[in-house]
Design a protein around this ligand. Sequence first.
Ligand code: ZN
Ligand code: ZN
Length: 112
Amino acid sequence: MSDKIEFSEATKEEAWIRACGEDLLWARCECRVRRHRHRNGRCPNKIHWEWRGREGGSTYWEAHHKDPEGPDDPDNCLIVCGTCHEEITAHQQKLREIRAAAALERLKNLLE
Ligand SMILES: [Zn+2]
Ligand SMILES: [Zn+2]
């Protein structure tokens, strides 16, 4: 059901440059999800370019799709730390389950 487009390297690099400061190897997580209650509204976690693609923990980062069906564009690409990515993914999964349950309920009502 997912039509998610993988980001190209160029898109990820452009988003990364936006997220990092003068030191190109270190960026700051761009997560501003209110639910996470980050101090000052933005996640303070620092991430290293070479942590990309690592699994688990907070020492990895992901190029997150703001809009899952959106384009391969830096504006749609958020650089997020592992901790935030896991929370975002878990939350999306929960929403999907709620929606699936609601759809099933509607279907049942139709059949009754
Ligand atoms: Zn974060
Ligand atoms: Zn966050």
